[in-house]
Ligand binder design. Structure first.
Ligand SMILES: Nc1ncnc2c1ncn2[C@@H]1O[C@H](COP(=O)(O)OP(=O)(O)OP(=O)(O)O)[C@@H](O)[C@H]1O
Ligand SMILES: [Mg+2]
Length: 276
């Protein structure tokens, strides 16, 4: 069974078409990096999988069922993370996600064990008693991950968990998520602006271009020819000391907004619903 299956899907926000005629399938134990510049549709795709945005065309299946709101088999770490609950201790902060998802009370024996287990999974037991306000960005990130794992999800959607972390912490978060994903045997969609922190951890990459996607192993997707087709503009991929640089002219695309990001929709480009 696929964790996520898109069949000729169109996603739009207002009058803006974000993805058009997109088909792909992600297996139930894969770690997939979701990449693409600002505005490419990474958040939109996750919201559609969560059933928060209905496709305008096509069909989205999640773990064998039509995408629907409130699916307990999904764990989600949104990109927009409000600095709420800073007064809470780590344990209560994780438990608060249970309260938000399943309502009060979240204090029964089974619920307490679930919070303990989620903290243990992300190696954050030592943070349980400390107030959030006293934690570093990386430590808070760990607790957010514990929140997303609370319902023992089969599919974890993490939207930009590396934002505002330094490279060392980024590597730690990626390794942690990879470890949890393998131990639980679940699927993970992990969005990021830059491919390099995810190299070595992900099984495949879902690269979002101007209204289209390319899914496949890094070596097959992050190449000049594939990305040039995806964006309908010449793109070069440079490799330097094991790191990849996606260049459009003289600009590093993963570090600057892409010129097509505001206008993209399927317009007869060569790559339609690329399955690689
Ligand atoms: N309500 C809206 N009406 C029209 N367009 C919208 C609306 N909300 C978002 N958009 C546009 O939809 C596109 C996709 O946005 P999305 O947030 O999915 O991109 P993203 O890849 O997650 O970007 P980022 O890297 O900045 O998080 C963007 O161009 C955005 O400006
Ligand atoms: Mg986003």
């Amino acid at each position: 069974m696929s964790a996520v299956c898109f069949d000729r899907v169109r996603l739009a926000l207002g009058t803006r078409t974000v993805l058009d005629d997109v088909s792909f399938a992600i297996a139930d134990t894969e770690f997939v990096g979701v990449l693409g510049p600002n505005g490419a549709g990474k958040t939109t795709i996750m919201r559609a999988i969560l059933g928060l945005l209905a496709p305008r065309a096509g069909h989205i299946a999640v773990l064998g069922q039509p995408a629907r709101r409130g699916n307990p088999a999904l764990g989600y770490m949104p990109q927009a993370r409000r600095e709420r609950g800073l007064h809470l201790r780590g344990w209560d902060f994780v438990a608060a996600a249970g309260t938000a998802a399943w309502g009060l009370p979240w204090r029964g024996k089974a619920e307490r064990a679930a919070v303990d287990r989620a903290l243990d999974l992300v190696d954050a037991t030592a943070l349980a008693r400390r107030p959030l306000a006293a934690l570093s960005g990386g430590e808070r990130q760990r607790l957010l991950l514990a929140q997303a794992l609370l319902g023992e999800p089969k599919l974890l959607l993490l939207d930009e968990p590396l934002i505002s972390l330094d490279p060392h912490r980024q590597a730690e978060v990626v390794a942690l998520v990879r470890d949890v994903q393998r131990r639980l045997g679940i699927a993970v969609l992990f969005s990021a602006h830059e491919v390099n922190p995810l190299l070595g951890a992900m099984d495949r990459v879902l690269y979002l271009g101007a209204g289209q996607v390319a899914l496949g192993p890094v070596a097959e997707v992050i190449t000049g020819p594939v990305l040039s087709r995806l964006y309908d503009t010449p793109i070069e991929v440079l490799e330097l000391r094991g790191r990849l640089f996606v260049m459009s002219g003289t600009q590093d695309m993963e570090r600057t907004p892409h010129p097509h990001a505001q206008g993209g929709h399927g317009n007869g480009r060569e790559v339609q619903h690329a399955r690689l």
